[in-house]
Write a protein that binds this ligand. Structure first.
Ligand code: 8Y4
Length: 329
């Protein structure tokens, strides 16, 4: 399982690939000149051009992945918006979704259940009642909607309401029906790594090698999805920052995002406002973690990540536009 290192961008990447000193990273436009393997560091060109680190990714959910895709977060939970009841909640979420679209979001990720440790479980009927009106309204306006759920019944209802992507933080392990229901919808999906259950995942998580464990988990979940009839091209993968991970695990994974290219799938990263940012800085509250979120997001883009799940769409879109222009030169 080689890791791409010495990653180049822009003209340097193009010249190095052409001269036979580098391989394109997941098809480019980035390129990597070195590969770290279990036996040491070697030139990237020891890998054949057909190696999954080097081959292009298929388009995913209609996105060609040659530029970063921004997924904006829309929570439909009582604590996120108004507490004026179901209707006010839906209206507030729809308004928030419209705002994120205006700010440049490519996808809206709509969720009706908090996955925070200690959050009370929501009955699936209530989860459906929360998200369906919001999905219907925003899909009717042309938005690409992702449904953030681990429940098969919610996936089904969301697909019927116009959702175009399934985002499951349990990678289709959270409900015995989710593999078959997700397959039947035919929708592209995000498979995320989690260690343990949302309720208890932050109780002293331990890994011998977090990069390998996340890779092996996601690889096994891709196999399970494919066995259920889901094409590999429909699957995006996600290391699940903060899901059953301590600070050092999150840092390790973010520093080694490139490892995930071995699976040949687009990579989605969710770091927005997460606790590791406070842990690396001054203990800031979530709303004061935007700068750290963007620093991390750009660090992952520089390793070839494809999709960013964020709260702060306007700030992220600006940062990505500037980063993109500078690193393309
Ligand atoms: C402040 C606000 C601080 C929210 C932390 C949070 C991911 C995800 C979540 C992710 C994918 C969250 C649904 C956690 N994180 N889906 N979902 N990847 N694919 N916490 O990293 O945003 S919820």
């Amino acid at each position: 399982m080689p890791r791409p290192l010495a990653i180049l961008s822009g003209l340097a990447a193009r010249v190095a690939v052409k001269a036979g000193h580098a391989r394109p990273l997941a098809g480019g436009p980035l390129a990597f000149t070195l590969a770290e393997t279990s036996i040491g560091i070697m030139p990237a060109t020891v890998l054949p051009p057909s190696h999954p680190l080097a081959t292009p990714r298929a388009p995913w959910a209609g996105f060609d992945l040659t530029r970063p895709v921004i997924m904006g977060i829309v929570n439909v939970t009582p604590d996120s918006f108004s507490d004026g009841g179901d209707h006010a909640q839906a209206d507030a979420a729809i308004a928030h979704g419209r705002r994120l679209l205006a700010e440049g979001a490519d996808i809206l990720d709509i969720g009706g259940e908090s996955t925070r440790p200690g959050a009370a479980p929501v009955p699936v009927e209530a989860e459906i009642a929360r998200v369906v009106p919001v999905i219907r309204a925003l899909a009717a306006e042309g938005a690409v909607i992702s449904i953030d759920t681990s429940h098969a019944a919610v996936m089904q209802a969301a697909a019927e309401a116009g959702a175009m992507i399934i985002n499951d933080v349990t990678a289709l392990t959270g409900d015995p029906d989710s593999l078959s229901v997700a397959a039947a919808t035919g929708l592209p999906l995000v498979l995320m790594h989690i260690k343990g259950e949302p309720q208890t995942m932050q109780d002293a998580p331990h890994y011998d090698d977090v990069g390998r464990e996340v890779h092996d988990f996601l690889s096994a979940r891709i196999d399970a999805a494919m066995a259920a009839g889901i094409a590999r091209e429909k699957i995006a993968i996600d290391p699940g920052i903060g899901f059953g991970k301590g600070l050092s695990h999150n840092v390790d994974l973010l520093a080694r995002v490139g490892l995930l290219h071995n699976m040949g799938c687009p990579i989605l990263i969710g770091v927005s406002r997460k606790r590791f940012i406070a842990g690396l800085s001054k203990g800031e509250a979530p709303k004061d973690r935007v700068a750290g979120s963007i620093a991390t997001a750009l660090h992952t883009l520089a390793q070839g990540a494809h999709i960013l799940r964020v709260h702060d769409v306007a700030a992220t879109v600006q940062a990505v536009a500037v980063w993109q222009a500078l690193q393309s030169a």
